[in-house]
Design a protein around this ligand. Structure first.
Ligand code: MG
Length: 373
């Protein structure tokens, strides 16, 4: 078979409003409509792949929606004419063409995995190592509100089937202590509670919070901004400890593992630059027995499908939680995307991502590179 070539790359922009109206986390940060970027990669063989990248606003990770589209614009001219099925080669080419900016590479990488899966006639999940079990476990993020409002949300979401709850803390430490305590009082046997500060506490705040909730069965996620601050808090608490924002590369993971800085890590696909890089980090975590939350910063149906393939191909005992972002937003961008059932989800079984984008929702591309087809 002759090598396949990328013929055209198109970018679409889609607004994703939220069912709850807004999503609030540490430091008063909030988003009401997510700005999502969807990439279409067309080939000379007639196979087309899709990918999505959706930063959590411009003030979460060093990533923003217009930056994703600008970065794709830098990369696309280098990729037209390349073979989309040779993923590691393609990623090296992207790294050579644009230093850093992993999130800008993510949607392209996902679209090329979608193509590879279609060419092979296999779901991405299989290509990433195999499908573990019927489905996998999800968490529900509880947007930052008053302690009582958050406790009520936990009860509501348990009724929908979720049993793992990630509280958005990282605000005023006294209120955060109350948030954790009030919610913990509402938990039922089998529920799992995670307090995610999303880098929001100073070290002395974090020290007070972890001591005040010492008797609560709660995971502490990314209390402070820097790795060093988190490590300091990690060394003075007995709570199970998750690192997220600090784990943005293989180097960061290796350092964290060497320092025993965490019990679990949060792998966000776009934070690492796509499925190719996220899989490398995932496989390293499997090798050393480190549990993982597998997700992305945000997204709709296409991101949720990509998450599902990576999560479902992760050994069940090492998958701490995952996310179904498409149930948080009011707009569906693709048919065939995975749907949550009783707090769990499964990767599609059709080849590639196993989804088919709703082109009327995507509208006209905002940018196109390569030839007409
Ligand atoms: Mg987190």
């Amino acid at each position: 078979m002759a090598p396949m070539k990328i013929e055209r790359i198109s970018v679409f922009q889609v607004d994703l409003p939220l069912h709850e109206g807004s999503y609030n986390w540490s430091g008063g940060k909030s988003v009401s409509v997510f700005d999502s970027t969807i990439v279409r990669v067309e080939t000379d063989a007639g196979v087309t792949g899709f990918g999505e990248v959706c930063p959590l606003g411009p003030f979460y990770l060093p990533a923003y929606a217009k930056g994703a589209r600008a970065g794709i614009g830098e990369l696309a001219p280098h990729l037209v004419g390349q073979d989309p099925t040779q993923l590691d080669k393609l990623n090296r080419l992207m790294d050579a063409a644009l230093k850093g900016h992993p999130y800008a590479k993510s949607a392209i990488d996902i679209a090329c995995w979608d193509i590879l899966g279609q060419v092979c006639g296999l779901p991405i999940c299989t290509l990433l190592g195999g499908r573990y079990g019927e489905d996998f476990v999800l968490y529900r993020a509880i947007s930052q509100q008053t302690p009582d409002q958050m406790a009520a949300k936990v009860a509501d979401y348990r009724d929908e089937g979720y049993r793992r709850f990630q509280l958005k803390v990282g605000g005023d430490p006294d209120t955060d202590i109350e948030r954790i305590q009030v919610v913990a009082d509402e938990l039922e046997p089998g529920d799992v509670l995670i307090a995610d500060a999303n880098t929001g506490w100073l070290k002395h705040d974090a020290a007070r919070v972890v001591r005040a909730v010492n008797d609560v069965d709660v995971y502490i996620e990314q209390p402070c901004d820097s790795y060093e601050e988190c490590l300091s808090i990690r060394r003075r608490t007995s709570h199970p400890f998750v690192l997220d924002e600090s784990i943005d590369s293989i180097e960061a993971l290796l350092r964290g593992q060497a320092d025993d800085a965490m019990d679990a890590v949060n792998i966000k696909i776009s934070k690492l630059g796509g499925l190719t890089r996220a899989r490398q980090v995932r496989d390293l975590c499997v090798s050393v027995g480190l549990a993982m939350t597998i997700e992305d910063s945000w997204g709709g149906d296409i991101t949720t499908a990509a998450i599902a393939h990576l999560a479902h191909s992760t050994p069940t005992d090492l998958l701490f939680t995952s996310t179904d972002f498409n149930s948080y937003v009011t707009v569906s961008t693709a048919k065939g995307a995975p749907q949550r059932k009783k707090g769990r989800m499964a990767a599609p079984t059709a080849p590639g991502l196993g989804i088919s984008p709703r082109m009327k929702v995507l509208g006209e591309p905002v940018a196109v590179w390569g030839g007409e087809s």
